[in-house]
Design a protein around this ligand. Structure first.
Ligand code: GLA
Length: 722
């Protein structure tokens, strides 16, 4: 709900349990008055600490400008805190002052042209237009307050109404100004390849904390997310303010505390690789930021994000559907396979209840290793005899669906495509482009490249029956230069790349609405809300070791529902770590995501093969709970270094599951007591044959027998008694 109080120009946005209040100060500046737990008064203008007369003393303006909680702070206004926007005018001068011009409140939410964005009917929006009349520039701040989840979204559009071009040199999407409280912490997700999204808590201090990506994607190392929490933060207590960016490119998140104990958080497109020429009459739309406030700890923050992404961001028809149990040949064969080998895997898989074969990297051009052929999207008939159609027909005749791997944004210097179009690689005139995995990025700012990729995808999709596609990206961006764009638009390369990526994925999912798309980037480097708008699931990490996955899952599920997290059972001895674990334990851990196998099923022992149907049966029993339920973190291996426990509760609170992993079995540890969360205290649940109230399970807890041995997973299934 959004209300407006005319006299003092106060805007109040309410979600079920939160309020967000802004007002126009001195008929000029839009300031933030409050964000937090729900309040009943709109007029909280006493929050401004700038005097009551609402008159700005021109002779002493700098103090005011430094302390004012600008809703959209801009550069050049003597501001000691971080700003969201800067421009360069036609005279080459920077800075822009913005004052309130008008606003419009409406039901629902508008789409953002060319960008992924949240949607929904159960929400209200407001466009607040700020202006700089001398420049002829309007800046429209759009806010949406959702009625079914404690989320507020923000985005910004710049309109050039003047007759001159300007350059936008900085364009972040949101700022929040809060009071710093002693003991506050930052919640951050750090990582690297095979170790994505590990949760880290850091103390806040005077100065700036920066979380950024300059890799052209969200990256293994970072997540477009910033959050601050009060010192008493736990899973169930404490306040947390979070920003998450619906964007898949270079971003800047910053948390800054100034000398007045004012805390400012900002989030947006990274200014280091961004400049945009805005011609007279044109507009620029910046992507959306998701604001999440919880007064009930981190757990509630996660559940807000999960509900929000499931109900208001992911569009795929598969969102609420059971996904096929797949077998992927990457770790089974790497590049060394033929269609005969794949059909062998499919045959064995079909006998065990697996529902889809996914052919990974290596089926096209002359790709027998990672040294070439990216861009040459024609089938290698030496390996895939009879072509894609024959293979897909053979797989289908075994009763399995068929999926395929692609990496459309790349070009190998060793490829037919590069011979024809060396200028299609991202590059600058003064440097040799930096390769990774012997490949370069295609210049997606060039429409001819975009058309080429669309045609290749079309060609792949139309030569065979393909139900699933894994879209990979194994080189982050470098060499931000385009042979196509003119000199005065080279600063646009990084952002235009992301816009073109979105355009191509939009083309793919709208042309083939039945296709199940999974995004991936060298494991989990493209796990961001932007990609979720196109694919309902994202490959989470190349590391399928069940212990290493604990922290990866915890960090990923901090923000994302399990229905989005790609999870496979891989081979006994993990290829990355060399750790050997049991298949049964790995199969339990893989329940926390979209379930599949990534191993050579033909090489398993008979006992392992025979166990697969039961593993799949277990997955099918709990998969709707995993897909739709509420997530509660009971124990964290990332924190205790001994064991982990994840609970999922169905929305009606009838069905519950707990996945536990004992990493280290130590002699002095007794059976574990686990206190459940999120149950109905009055319901009676059946746990291991015993009937107990929800209140008992949550307060007294249950005892889970301690397995003997390291790396042991336990699954508990609990149901409400009839
Ligand atoms: C990336 C992916 C893997 C696999 C390889 C293929 O690393 O994360 O799952 O698809 O590429 O080259």
């Amino acid at each position: 709900m959004i209300s407006f109080e005319k006299e003092k120009k106060i805007f109040k946005l309410d979600t079920p349990n939160t309020s967000y209040v802004m007002s126009v100060y001195a008929d000029m500046y839009l300031g933030n008055l409050y964000y937090g737990g729900k309040i009943d008064d709109a007029d909280v203008c006493y929050m401004y600490r700038q005097g009551s007369e609402q008159i700005i003393n021109e002779g002493e303006k700098s103090g005011f400008m430094n302390g004012f909680p600008f809703e959209f702070p801009t550069a050049g206004m003597v501001n000691s805190q971080e700003t969201c926007m800067d421009i360069r005018n036609s005279r080459g001068q920077n800075g822009i002052e913005l004052v309130y011009k008008s606003h419009e409140i409406y039901k629902g939410k508008k789409a953002l042209k060319g960008l992924p964005a949240s949607f929904g009917d159960s929400c209200d929006s407001i466009d607040i237009t700020l202006t700089n009349e001398r420049l002829g520039i309007d800046v429209v701040l759009t806010y949406t307050a959702f009625n079914d989840v404690d989320i507020i979204t923000r985005s910004v559009k710049v309109i050039n109404n003047s007759s001159e071009n300007i350059n936008i040199t900085k364009m972040l999407s949101a700022a929040l100004t809060l009071d710093y409280q002693e003991g506050m912490k930052i919640i951050d997700l750090k990582g690297c390849w095979s170790r994505e999204r590990h949760i880290v808590y850091e103390n806040l201090h005077y100065g700036s904390f920066v979380n950024e990506s300059l890799r052209g994607e969200s990256g293994h190392q970072t997540q477009p997310f910033v959050a601050v929490a009060t010192g008493n933060i736990t899973q169930t207590t404490g306040e947390v303010y979070a920003m998450h960016f619906i964007y898949s490119g270079n971003f800047l998140g910053k948390i800054q505390i100034n000398e007045q104990d004012s805390l400012r958080m900002v989030m947006g497109i990274h200014p280091d690789t961004f400049e945009w020429k805005l011609e007279a009459g044109d507009s620029f739309q910046a992507p959306e930021v998701v604001l999440n406030y919880s007064s009930e700890g981190i757990g509630q923050m996660s559940r807000n994000f999960h509900d929000f992404y499931r109900n208001h961001l992911i569009r795929s028809k598969y969102l609420h559907e059971e996904r096929p149990v797949l077998v992927n040949n990457w770790e089974a064969t790497y590049f060394d396979f033929t269609s005969d080998k794949l059909v062998d895997i499919a045959r064995e898989a079909s006998k065990r209840g697996i529902e889809m074969l996914v052919m990974d990297d290596g089926w096209f051009g002359e790709r027998n290793s990672d040294d070439g052929s990216l861009g040459d999207w024609f089938v290698n008939e030496d390996k895939i005899k009879g072509g894609l159609k024959k293979l897909s027909d053979d797989v289908h005749s075994l009763g399995l669906k068929f999926g395929i791997w692609v990496e459309p944004e790349m070009i190998s210097p060793k490829s037919e495509l590069y011979k024809k179009h060396p200028d299609w690689a991202m590059q600058t005139h003064h440097s040799i482009p930096v390769q990774a995995r012997k490949q370069l990025n295609l210049d997606l700012t060039n429409p001819a490249v975009v058309d080429y990729i669309k045609n290749c995808l079309k060609d792949i999709m139309e030569q065979a029956t393909i139900e699933y596609m894994k879209w990979d990206m194994n080189k982050s961006l470098s060499d931000y230069g385009s042979e196509y764009l003119p000199a005065d638009r080279q600063g646009e390369v990084a952002h235009r790349y992301v816009l073109a990526l979105y355009e191509i994925q939009e083309y793919l999912v709208s042309s083939y609405p039945d296709l199940l798309l999974e995004n991936c980037s060298s494991g989990g480097a493209r796990f961001d809300p932007g990609m979720l708008y196109y694919s309902p699931q994202i490959w989470c990490s190349d590391d399928m070791d069940p212990v290493e996955r604990l922290s990866i899952i915890e960090g990923t599920a901090l923000l994302y529902p399990f229905s989005t997290i790609g999870a496979h059972v891989s081979k006994n001895t993990n290829d990355i770590l060399g750790r050997t674990t049991n298949m049964a334990d790995r199969a339990i851990m893989a329940l926390l995501g979209t379930y599949g196998y990534e191993l050579d099923i033909t090489k398993l022992t008979d006992e392992e093969k025979e166990a697969i149907p039961d593993q799949i049966k277990t997955h099918k029993r709990v998969e709707d709970l995993v897909r739709e339920g509420d997530y509660y973190r009971l124990e964290s291996y990332n924190e205790n270094h001994l064991f982990d426990a994840v609970e999922i509760v169905s929305k009606d609170k009838d069905k519950v599951m707990v996945v536990m992993m004992q990493v280290l079995c130590t002699p002095c540890i007794r059976d574990r007591r686990i206190k459940l969360q999120g149950l109905n205290p009055d319901y009676i649940y059946v746990v291991n044959g015993q009937k107990l109230h929800g209140s008992t399970l949550m307060n007294a807890g249950i005892i889970v027998p301690r397995p003997r041995g390291d790396y042991k997973a336990t699954l508990l299934e609990i149901e409400k008694a009839d």
